[in-house]
Ligand binder design. Structure first.
Ligand code: NAI
Length: 270
């Protein structure tokens, strides 16, 4: 059921790797709601992923950019404005990667070069996106910029290792840049803290299935799916949420406000 929520809006969507990606579902939802956009991902992910399929479906141009490269980001914002015919109204940063998690390094044996890579790709890149947009004056007034976070920014999850620090930094950047950009141009900046979701990045965390099931049992509404997340993102890009900024928005079926649930009691009583 489309409502034309994003009619006349132009955007950039980072991070669609395959049909499970939250960014992939978001692209489809934004298109359904009347928004136009460019798609982007790291050059290497483009070779491995299926972004061109999505681009075809969405009638969108693909502009490669490594989100850690300021030059790539400048090119992305400049080209996107040319292709879309004006300044940008929405940006989704849907990017996460930890070499330490990939190599299954425990928290007491992290490789610090990789730790810095985790922070650069998963958090600092959000600052680079915002700073590039500001320097190029690429965003319209009331534009909405979003990144995706996880509750490990606030609570400990042993297998999430250095991504927990990356998410804490990501949320902090949303607050700091949100304050700056609101004053400069009424641009809003938020993070959405999403339930565990079966994607390439999500399933890379060891023990993912267990904490997916645990979160599902601890959430009165159950885990939020990638499609649910895409719908929330569309609303956050729309004019219906103009005064929301500098927030970390929980999108988790009630998980973060639950102490214990009947499902957990039942399971542990057996
Ligand atoms: P995904 O694996 O489909 O997406 C991650 C994307 O990051 C990929 O498209 C990848 O190519 C991109 N990426 C990695 N390095 C990059 C770089 N240097 N430059 C540009 N792009 C780069 O997985 P998913 O789950 O859709 O991830 C999207 C976001 O959602 C991430 O920030 C993730 O941490 C977050 N998130 C995911 C949850 C889950 O359980 N899957 C839960 C909460 C948040």
């Amino acid at each position: 059921m489309a409502n034309n929520l994003l009619k006349g809006k132009r955007g950039i969507i980072f991070g669609a790797l395959d049909e499970n990606s939250i960014a992939w579902k978001t692209a489809l939802k934004v298109k359904e709601e009347g928004g136009v956009f460019t798609l982007t991902n790291a050059p290497i992910a483009m070779r491995l992923g299926k972004i061109n399929e999505l681009a075809k479906e969405c009638n969108a141009e693909v502009i490669p950019a490594d989100a850690t490269s300021e030059a790539d980001l400048a090119n992305l914002f400049t080209k996107s404005q040319e292709v879309l015919g004006g300044k940008i109204d929405f940006v989704l940063h849907s990017i996460g990667m930890s070499p330490n998690i990939r190599k299954e390094k425990p928290y007491g044996d992290l490789n610090y070069e990789w730790f810095q890579k985790t922070l650069d790709i998963s958090a600092l890149s959000f600052h680079k996106v915002l700073q590039t947009a500001e320097k190029l004056d690429a965003l319209n007034e009331w534009a909405s910029v979003l990144a995706l976070s996880y509750i490990a920014a606030q609570r400990s999850y042993p297998d999430y290792t250095d991504m927990a620090q990356a998410k804490a930094m990501l949320e902090s950047i949303a607050r700091s840049y949100g304050a700056r950009y609101a004053k400069l141009k009424k641009v809003r900046v938020n993070t959405i803290s999403q339930s565990p979701t079966r994607t390439t990045a999500g399933s890379g965390i060891s023990g993912f299935d267990v904490f997916f099931d645990f979160a599902n049992m601890m959430s009165p509404l159950g885990n939020a799916s990638a499609e649910d997340c895409a719908a929330y993102i569309a609303v956050m890009f729309s004019d219906f949420t103009r005064m929301v900024t500098m927030q970390n928005l929980m999108h988790d079926g009630g998980f973060s406000a639950s102490g214990i649930t009947e499902e957990i009691v039942e399971r542990l009583s057996k």
